[in-house]
Design a protein around this ligand. Structure first.
Ligand SMILES: Cc1cc2nc3c(=O)[nH]c(=O)nc-3n(C[C@H](O)[C@H](O)[C@H](O)COP(=O)(O)OP(=O)(O)OC[C@H]3O[C@@H](n4cnc5c(N)ncnc54)[C@H](O)[C@@H]3O)c2cc1C
Length: 392
């Protein structure tokens, strides 16, 4: 399917898919079974040139846009959603947000090693007591001379156990609520930072998730990203793009599950003929394909709006479109994987067949980057707000 991609974008699509198939494909089982990340993965991705797809060439990036990031995310997730999740936390949540929001000094210091994959990035917002209610974070940052001192803990942080550079949100003026949150760059060797534990998960195995601790962690004052108490602006600018990329990863999962189901339906015989000849199996395949192409069209439309917004264009639809793309693509991917398991019958329920793994991976995207419920609230809020002054 073309979606009017340029020759350059089609080449990127082909390059990333081929790389993932050859380099990661053979490691799939080990990655899932052992919750293992291939050593040197980020350096390889750096050499491939995909860690800074949307980052300025000045900082070592490719200077492309969100559409290209979506292409990379979809193609990588067609082979390994878990490593795509880690790739996204590094290149979008950490590097992308630094690129969008930090001053030139911080960008020059932190982006080149992230883009080359010499350092690994993460973003830490969620806390044990604050998930959907992100404004309820309790991590504190108090100015002490030329440092901020951070205290608190962060939960479910992708790449947390292996990250060198972490974008951390903390309350600088708790009494001001959302207007008292700031963002900081923390390096893993800063005094007072530690990884409390690696969390075991049902899916996305191979992407390390951790709980992080800040115990009088001293962060140089110049590592403040954006303005003091304006962390929510940093958060929301990045969140829209994160949701578009979540949708991209769901496309890769749905495509992979559909491919497996088509192949199996052609090979498996019951009642003396391939199950693909039964109309109820055909209906499932048709619905899986339809969900995938619909999700893909919506995701690329949201990516086009995001690309326009990051170029300084109008992009007023971005928040609702990004949330809609993530909502639809994530629910579509989970349903497609569930149908793929059904088509595989008992074998689909067994660990030797990969469709169950895809379902376990897909489920995360109804939860991470704002749950499906929160995405619906975001979309409705935007529609109601815009409805007051006209139409969406
Ligand atoms: C594998 C994994 C990786 C992650 N990576 C990161 C990361 O890199 N960085 C980071 O900061 N965070 C990360 N997260 C955290 C993720 O963003 C949160 O899990 C998510 O925002 C939901 O928060 P919660 O888990 O605390 O659920 P809760 O907020 O406790 O929600 C529980 C349930 O209540 C529902 N609910 C809550 N509020 C409402 C409401 N107002 N109306 C209706 N329903 C509601 C939710 O939809 C959900 O169904 C990750 C999570 C996972 C599982």
């Amino acid at each position: 399917m073309n979606l009017q991609l340029t020759d350059e974008q089609l080449m990127l699509e082909e390059t990333v898919y081929r790389w993932a198939k050859n380099e990661i494909g053979p490691l799939q089982e080990k990655i899932d079974e052992e919750d293992w990340m291939p050593p040197g993965l980020f350096r390889q991705l750096g050499e491939l040139g995909v860690l800074g797809v949307a980052i300025d060439e000045k900082y070592g990036g490719a200077g492309l846009d969100v559409i290209s990031e979506v292409i990379v995310g979809e193609q990588m997730a067609r082979i390994c959603p878990a490593l795509t999740l880690s790739f996204g936390a590094h290149s979008n949540l950490c590097a992308g947000n630094i690129h969008l929001n930090a001053n030139d000094e911080l960008k020059s210091k932190y982006l080149p090693p992230l883009v080359k994959g010499e350092k690994i990035g993460a973003l830490a917002l969620t806390e044990p007591g604050a998930g959907s209610d992100a404004m309820g974070i309790r991590t504190r940052a108090v100015l002490d001379g030329d440092h901020f001192v951070l205290n608190g803990s962060k939960m479910f942080i992708t790449n947390g156990p292996i990250a060198d550079i972490i974008l951390v949100y903390a309350k600088t003026e708790p009494e001001r609520g959302p207007a008292g949150i700031s963002a900081f760059i923390v390096e893993k060797q800063f005094e007072g930072f530690s990884v409390s534990r690696k969390i075991k998960k049902m899916g996305m195995r191979g992407s390390p998730t951790g709980e992080l601790s800040f115990d009088n962690c001293r962060v140089p004052a110049e590592n403040l990203v954006g303005e003091l108490n304006r962390g929510v602006q940093v958060m929301t600018r990045g969140l829209d793009i994160e949701r578009v990329l979540v949708a991209a990863c769901c496309l890769g999962i749905a495509r992979q599950a559909t491919d497996y189901a088509i192949k199996y339906a052609g090979e498996r015989e019951q009642f003396g003929r391939p199950i693909a000849s039964f109309q109820m199996i055909q209906a499932k395949l048709a619905e899986m394909y339809t969900a995938y192409v619909a999700a893909r069209a919506l995701t690329f439309q949201a990516a086009a709006v995001a690309a326009k917004a990051t170029r300084g264009g109008k992009g007023t639809d971005l928040t609702q479109m990004a949330a809609a793309a993530a909502l639809f693509a994530a629910e579509a991917a989970t349903k497609v994987c569930s149908d793929a398991i059904q088509i595989h019958g008992g074998y689909g329920y067994c660990l030797e067949f990969p469709v169950q793994k895809l379902w376990r991976d897909a489920k995360l995207f109804e939860i991470g980057a704002g749950t499906s419920e929160i995405r619906k609230l975001v979309i409705a809020r935007e529609l109601i707000m815009k409805g007051r002054i006209g139409t969406f």
